[in-house]
Unconditional design. Structure first.
Length: 391
């Protein structure tokens, strides 16, 4: 559905009544071009904001009640909570995300006197791994900041989102998704050093190519526990390395240093995880250099290498996303293709020459359905702005 903000405001008035200071906001989802599972390993990432994301309409409340409604979860109706009772629960479903942001604001000393009425609508496909939850978190933070006049920067909003996701929602994610949603910039990817939070915008100039996201439409279960396992394995590898080399994070190592010290990691699984984290970080740095030099071929090749590493060493790919990447590699005019995001299903991202986009979609669509019985979805995407007010 094309999103019409006045229609969202009408829906808001229908649900919560009209009048008062009603404002509209948007926070995007993201796609990561390269630099996967590096953000909690002190490495670099290279995501960009999308033009799909989550919309929010907010009005400050009269008392300490928070009233939330999502057009994506109509069956849940208006969910009411008191600001004095912000605890996560399974039954609370999607509302755990906005509640976690309020909870984090309070924890950081930004006291909310009054609640709010908020309507949400998101156009990120459910379960696609394009960061619908991060966009919901950043959006809620931005709305609260503006509505209640809190003095927090956009980078703080990303950190608040991550803190809430880690501590309220129990998903031990890194900073990438929230950072991309808060700080994204049109037609640029964000080259972020997750160790220092220093960042740079790199224009993604693809004169004769497009970014195509392919949704495998599979989401394997236990994603967040498998994700947390990867974090733990990377941490164990770091500890083993710290016995022989003075480093703070895996992102401190070059490929050569890793090869020199890797035998200190006795567990072969942890060694593979660390290898991915080190090499992926270096690939990301090289990929950004290649992009800046307009060397799209090298950029694409590094994207392919990233997939192989996620498949073989980090093991966050799965049969369906492996199939999509392999099919893509065989289509003429595809410069690079890999799984993107947390993994275990979700999407691939591909750089496809303009002339080959139709062939790419037809080929993958047919072969993927034939082999898996599942229908993939394709999105030829534009890079959008980070979170912002709409009026
Ligand atoms: C998820 C997490 C991010 C990041 C990616 C993998 O999207 O939320 O912090 O770790 O996985 O790169």
């Amino acid at each position: 559905m094309a999103v019409n903000v006045s229609e969202l405001k009408e829906k808001f008035a229908e649900l919560f009544g009209g009048g008062g200071n009603i404002r509209a906001y948007f926070a995007p989802g993201r796609v990561n071009l390269i630099g996967e599972h590096t953000d909690y390993n002190g490495g670099h990432v290279f995501p960009c904001a999308l033009t799909i994301g989550t919309y929010g309409i907010i009005r400050p409340g009269e008392d300490r009640t928070l009233r939330l409604y999502s057009m994506n979860f109509d069956h849940m109706g208006i969910v009411e909570t008191s600001l004095d009772d912000l605890t996560p629960s399974d039954e609370a479903g999607w509302t755990n995300y906005p509640k976690g942001i309020l909870w984090t604001f309070e924890k950081r000393g930004y006291h909310l006197e009054k609640g709010a009425d908020i309507l949400f609508y998101g156009d990120i496909p459910a379960g696609s791994g394009l960061s619908s939850s991060a966009s919901l978190e950043v959006l809620t933070g931005l709305m609260l900041r503006d509505t209640f006049g809190f003095d927090v920067s956009m980078v703080d909003l990303a950190l608040i989102g991550q803190y809430s996701e880690n501590n309220f929602n129990g998903m031990n994610c890194g900073i990438m998704d929230q950072f991309a949603s808060a700080m994204g910039k049109k037609d640029c990817a964000v080259f972020l050093d997750t160790n220092t939070l220093k960042y740079e915008y790199a224009p993604v100039k693809l004169p004769d190519a497009k970014i195509v996201i392919t949704n495998s439409n599979v989401k394997h279960s236990l994603v967040s526990s498998a994700y947390n396992d990867r974090r733990n394995e990377s941490e164990a590898a770091l500890k083993a390395l710290q016995a022989v080399v003075d480093i703070q994070t895996l992102g401190d190592l070059t490929e050569e240093q890793f090869e020199q010290y890797k035998d200190a990691i006795k567990d072969p699984v942890c060694r593979k995880r660390a290898k991915h984290a080190v090499y992926e970080n270096r690939r990301t740095i090289h990929a950004v250099e290649a992009l800046k030099a307009n060397d799209i071929e090298t950029f694409g090749k590094l994207i392919n290498d990233s997939h192989v590493s996620l498949r073989d060493d980090y093991e966050t790919s799965c049969a369906e996303t492996d199939l999509l990447a392999e099919l893509a590699w065989n289509v003429p005019g595809v410069l690079g293709s890999r799984i993107t995001g947390g993994g275990f299903g979700g999407c691939t991202v591909s750089i496809v020459k303009n002339d080959s986009v139709d062939l790419f979609i037809q080929t993958l669509d047919k072969a993927y359905t034939e082999k898996t019985g599942i229908k993939a979805e394709f999105y030829v995407v534009e890079i959008g702005e980070g979170a912002h007010a709409l009026d």
